[in-house]
Design a protein around this ligand. Structure first.
Ligand SMILES: *Cc1c(COP(=O)(O)O)cnc(C)c1O
Length: 438
């Protein structure tokens, strides 16, 4: 099944093209085929029994596993050095299944205040109704004090490796140490960084989440998500009885019920997401959408490298502009995150940056209405450059006190750098700034 990973010594740029796929197992097709099928014939009654008893790897029904989706899972797992992976129909499905799988039945999640708008709003609105309380950490940037905020009921720490929209960086290694001292996992949403820029597992993360909609797919044409696990966290504790819970559906050949830890010792977390949450809550990724993400992954390194280059040039241009109050990009000297960027992001800190527009609200709106080359919409990581007024759109769900905690001022404008010639991008911003001033 999907969690049987290849252990090869290939490096990143080779893995993003080859991991998880053998042409000779697929009629020698060079490009991974789209297995557009709902179900899979059983060879015979014995085969059906073996598949249903999870004693043999194989495909049953596309809601819980599909060969095209499985290539994507194995490929991203290889890029991140994960022991297991599951692909889902969206980044939000990856986040919700992760939190439910960890804290079902009740508990607290300690999170960074610097989060994607949909994460922050769902944390406030939805999870408490499932008995899961979200606490915003006051000391996420002072991990030495973070211990004081962990209660006996805290089940995990949740952060973004590069935050949306302000590109805040955190000391993930230090946060992971605090989590592990308390016997709880660290969950990292690595969407903006992608595995090309940052490997959360190497920095101590136990669970990694992607919205593959963004940089992983990169072409603004698909919604998809992934959950990965490091395989290193000890789930066999009183805090997480669900992984030792024995299920009839996991019974062995002698009809003894077994737990996810017994059946999937290397990937209990993602396997439990697959057979409980994906199986019954049902946010399955379609094979065609998995194919689009795989296609995007083939050029991941080149795309992200160029986006980093363009983002840096845009940040430098904006940084000295008369219509700009401030720029947030950790790759800029003078950013409070510059040292962390130098330490943890040798290939750069991504294509997302934000700036404060200097001027009235009407001028800011004229500026946005005047851009011609930049797309004005809510996405990031696309090959095309995007611009958006986050506080009024992507983070419009947040009340003003929440925007304050998340440090999102009303005049913030977010840019996601694409692959265009950066001179054209700068010229576009320049003409829009001019219109706003007249
Ligand atoms: C977009 C995004 C999500 C949600 O992903 P979808 O694929 O849109 O459901 C989660 N986290 C971050 C950081 C994002 O940018």
């Amino acid at each position: 099944m999907a969690n049987v990973l290849e252990k090869t010594a290939y490096r990143f740029d080779t893995q993003r093209l080859r991991a998880g796929y053998e042409p000779k197992e697929h009629n020698y097709a060079v490009s991974p085929p789209i297995y557009q099928t709902t179900a899979y014939d059983f060879r015979d009654v014995e085969h059906a029994k073996a598949l249903f008893g999870i004693r043999e790897a194989g495909n049953l029904y596309t809601r819980i596993g599909n060969p095209t989706v499985s290539v994507l899972e194995q490929r991203v797992a290889a890029l991140d050095g994960a022991s297991g992976a599951i692909a889902l129909a969206s980044g939000m499905a990856a986040i919700s299944y992760t939190l439910l799988n960890i804290a079902e039945g009740g508990g607290r999640i300690l999170t960074s205040p610097y989060l994607y708008g949909g994460s922050a709003d769902s944390f406030k609105k939805i999870y408490p109704k499932f008995g899961i309380t979200i606490d915003y950490a006051k000391n996420i940037e002072n991990p030495e004090k973070l211990s004081d905020e962990i209660t006996p009921d805290t089940k995990a720490i949740y952060v973004e490796s590069i935050s949306n929209p302000s590109a805040v960086l955190l000391d993930i290694d230090a946060i992971a140490r605090v989590a592990h001292e308390h016997g709880i996992p660290l969950i990292v949403d690595n969407t903006i960084a992608t595995p090309y820029l940052y490997n959360p597992i190497a920095h101590g993360a136990d669970i990694v989440i992607y919205s593959a909609t963004k940089g992983l797919a990169g072409h603004g044409n698909v919604i998809a998500g992934l959950i990965l696990e490091s395989g290193k966290f000890n789930w066999q504790t009183d805090k997480f009885p669900q992984f030792s819970e024995k299920y009839y559906t996991l019974r062995d050949i002698n009809d003894n019920n077994r737990s996810f830890l017994e059946v999937f010792p290397e990937a209990p977390f993602t396997s439990r997401v697959r057979f409980n949450y994906l199986n019954y809550f049902g946010a399955a990724l379609s094979p065609f959408d998995a194919y689009l993400v795989l296609l995007g992954l083939e050029t991941l390194s080149e795309r992200i490298a160029k986006q980093v280059q363009n983002a840096k040039a845009l940040a430098e241009y904006l940084n000295t502009h008369e219509s700009v109050e401030w720029v947030r990009y950790p790759g800029l000297k003078g950013s409070p995150y510059y040292d962390l960027a130098e330490r943890d992001f040798p290939r750069g800190v991504g294509g997302v940056l934000a700036f404060g527009f200097k001027g009235t609200t009407a001028q800011r709106e004229t500026f946005l209405n005047s851009v011609k080359l930049f797309h004005y919409h809510v996405n990031i990581g696309d090959v095309r450059s995007l611009i958006v007024n986050s506080p009024q759109t992507t983070h419009g769900e947040l009340e003003s006190y929440e925007k304050k905690i998340a440090d999102i001022p009303e005049n913030l404008i977010r840019i996601s750098a694409g692959l265009e010639d950066v001179s054209d991008l700068i010229a576009d911003l320049e003409q829009a700034f001019k219109k706003a001033r007249t």
